[in-house]
Design a protein around this ligand. Structure first.
Ligand code: FES
Ligand code: FE2
Length: 424
């Protein structure tokens, strides 16, 4: 982040703490219809569109470090096989044999010289080409060249592997837009994987995610944890194209030294991280389901995967600077207890109401969610979701109005001129 951006963020922090109403011109946010969390029609629209057209973070290169390594990945519903090819590329395919549809690989991960289906022995190379079938003389005119594994788009951002089921989606870097530049200082291309754990929650995936998309909740549910150090009234939200967002909140002045996350022994610093990443909570939402605070010690994304309309899976990752030849740090995952069996204290606070909120949303009592300016990243996400689904494809009662115009989307920043006026 360059010095001008840093200065602007500090200006905006003071603007935020001093304002007595939402910024001039900020739209009134209509209620988010409760049906978006409970109506099977909306769930289906998400399945067909959001999960089929978005770039989804799926794996870290440490999980398939050498040629011949593969992992299975089904978090987005469809069976995917991610492989490390002999030429060193990472590729992804549907884990679906072209013969009778058996899974080509059945183990969750491994290393092989070829991909051989266990049902009748059809064998593919790591580029997905069908190389041989058993008893070929019994097939009439079977053209092996047209029976390879069906590819899934797969691109890397540094050591992170992303997939996309759509052939029409833009390249990953275009999708990330300005975020890709801002992430350079965190050195994604040398980060190592410390831990990856997944937990079942009894609520719609967006209920869980939205608890991590605003700081309005901090002073109540994190009263004894995050609130002791995070200056939520100085939080600055930024709205990026494609529904992505960022929050930057400084540490409270009286607690600046007490960062919530102390680096465990053995962890190296990501030295290129600038002052915002060191002194503030700098957290990114990448549409549709990535939330991650980034710092000089950690790249720790949280991900939220639907598992039915009222259930989701919460995946928590910890990545850190390369520890070189030394032993892997003892930490299992910064979001869990030390054996990885339970979420850590802050995430237990964040997830505690999910099941009850889901019940409320399904009850006759609840019709919609009125969001404050502080919670506007949630609204921005929902607007982007509707555009991706196609607004006309959504039943009218389930849509959100597109009230946040381009003027609020990065690089536009109308609050800066307002801040200068109020500072005189
Ligand atoms: S289903 Fe794979 S070889 Fe028959
Ligand atoms: Fe929280």
């Amino acid at each position: 982040m360059n010095q001008q951006d840093i200065n602007d963020l500090h200006t905006l922090m003071e603007f935020e703490v001093n304002r007595t109403s939402p910024p001039a011109g900020f739209p009134v946010l209509p209620d988010i219809p409760a049906g978006r969390y409970t109506d099977p029609r909306f769930y289906e629209l998400e399945q067909e569109n959001i999960w089929r057209k978005s770039w989804l973070f799926a794996a870290h290169i440490d999980e398939l470090p050498e040629p011949g390594c593969f992992i299975l990945w089904e978090n987005a519903g469809q069976p995917v096989l991610i492989v490390h090819t002999t030429s060193g590329e990472i590729k992804a395919f549907y884990n679906t044999c072209s013969h009778r549809g058996a899974p080509v690989m059945t183990e969750k991960s491994g290393q092989r010289s070829s991909l051989t289906c266990n049902y009748h022995g059809w064998s593919y190379n790591y580029d997905g080409e069908l190389m041989s079938v058993r008893d070929p003389e019994d097939f009439n005119g079977l053209d092996l060249s047209t029976r390879g594994l069906k590819p899934v788009r797969c691109e890397r951002f540094g050591n992170l592997i992303w997939v996309n089921f759509s052939l029409e989606a833009p390249p990953l870097l275009d999708w990330l837009g300005p975020i890709a530049d801002e992430w350079q200082e965190f050195q994604f291309d040398s980060c190592r994987l410390i831990g990856r754990h997944i937990f079942d929650l009894n609520c719609n995936w967006k209920v869980a995610m939205e608890a991590n998309t605003e700081v309005y909740h901090v002073r109540s549910i994190h009263a004894k944890t995050v609130a002791l150090t995070l200056d939520d009234r100085r939080n600055v939200n930024t709205f990026y194209p494609n529904g992505h967002g960022r929050m930057v909140a400084p540490s409270r002045k009286d607690a600046a030294a007490a960062r919530t996350i102390a680096p465990p022994p053995g962890l190296k610093e990501i030295e290129t991280v600038g002052p915002i990443g060191r002194e503030c909570t700098q957290s990114y939402g990448v549409f549709p389901n990535w939330v991650s605070p980034l710092s000089n010690y950690f790249i720790p994304p949280l991900q939220f995967w639907p598992n039915g309309i009222n259930k989701c899976r919460f995946e928590v990752w910890t990545m850190a600077a390369d520890w070189g030849d030394g032993p892997k740090p003892e930490l299992v995952n910064m979001w869990t207890n030390q054996d990885g069996s339970e979420l850590g204290a802050v995430l237990l606070e964040d997830t505690q109401f999910g099941e009850a909120i889901q019940k409320s949303m399904e009850s006759d009592a609840f019709t919609g969610v009125p969001l404050s300016y502080q919670e506007a990243r949630i609204y921005h996400w929902n607007q982007a979701a509707d555009r991706m689904i196609g607004i006309d494809n959504i039943p009218e009662e389930l849509r959100v109005a597109q009230v946040m115009g381009e003027e609020w989307i990065y690089p536009n920043e109308p609050r800066l001129s307002q801040a200068e006026v109020s500072a005189g």
